[in-house]
Design a protein around this ligand. Structure first.
Ligand code: HCB
Length: 212
């Protein structure tokens, strides 16, 4: 109950854009809980609520930006605790990015960090990534997996574009595709012929391992 209250406080601090409070509560929580749990049940839970309130017109874009900033500060603090990645041999190579036209990168960056700390060699291309860049990078680093994030219904198509271009280049059977982001679903992943859909960062790690 104690830790539950703390996670609630973290979520609440994100919702009310209190960056200092986020840092303080995350600092306390990390003594008791694993970083993955703090991210998912505290920080992300708060950010989801912000999304809902924004959707309902209860709060506006500057608020969302400040909440995102507060959340990012919390994630940074936790990154220090995640293992730097296994020494020596990497378990797999993954190229990860957010589709063209989409600037949402908080979730994608969390996924990259968690994959890295689980022993993957991660090439994070950032956000608003041109379709072709996913393919070029995958070729260059001989990637096992391409992870594609999209946060808007209007940019979701970008995930399909990457798969289609991969086919055109004759590389579809050389690399696995993982998709994620709020509007993505398992049904969508099946429809566009992705190899997997991950709902959150822990699932992304588990499913990426299965794909190898
Ligand atoms: Co933004 N935004 N936004 N936004 N935004 C959304 C996405 C809406 C759904 C909000 C809404 O209206 N309800 C909406 C999209 C509507 C639609 O679908 N059509 C929206 C809009 C409309 C916009 C703008 C157009 C607003 C405007 O300018 N008028 C604009 C976008 C401009 C553009 O991209 N061209 C915009 C801007 C912003 C910011 C800059 C203020 C800020 C982003 C800051 C940043 O990322 N650096 C922002 C934010 C924060 C959000 C919400 C509130 C939260 C997103 C977030 O960070 N969630 C979001 C509401 C929502 O998502 N419901 C809202 C927290 C993270 C941890 O979750 O889902 O991103 P996640 O990632 C998870 C999960 O999906 C999965 O693992 C992650 C970790 O658990 N995952 C993957 C993600 N990627 C993966 C990849 C993989 O391979 C595997 C798993």
């Amino acid at each position: 109950a104690d830790t539950e209250a703390l996670l609630f406080e973290i979520a609440d601090a994100v919702i009310s854009c209190k960056k200092e409070k986020v840092i303080e509560t995350v600092g306390k929580a990390k003594l008791k809980l694993p970083p993955e749990e703090i991210i998912e049940k505290g920080l992300s839970a708060g950010m989801n609520q912000v999304g809902i309130l924004f959707e309902r017109g209860k709060l506006f874009l500057p608020h969302v930006m400040m909440a995102a900033d507060a959340m990012t500060a919390g994630v940074k603090l936790l990154e220090e605790d995640l293992p730097a990645g296994t020494q020596g041999k990497k378990i797999g190579v993954i190229v990860n990015g957010t589709v063209e036209g989409d600037v949402h990168d908080i979730g994608k960056s969390i996924v990259s960090t968690m994959l890295q700390s689980s022993g993957f060699e991660v090439y994070d291309l950032g956000r608003d990534v041109p379709t072709r860049s996913f393919i070029e990078k995958a070729k260059e680093v001989n990637a096992d997996i391409i992870g594609i994030s999209a946060l808007m219904t209007t940019t979701l198509q970008g995930q399909k574009d990457v798969i289609e271009l991969l086919k055109e280049e004759g590389l579809r059977d050389k690399v696995k595709i993982m998709v994620g982001g709020a509007p993505a679903t398992q049904a969508w992943a099946d429809k566009i012929g992705a190899d997997c859909y991950a709902e959150n960062a822990s699932e992304a790690v588990a499913k990426a391992k299965e794909l190898l």
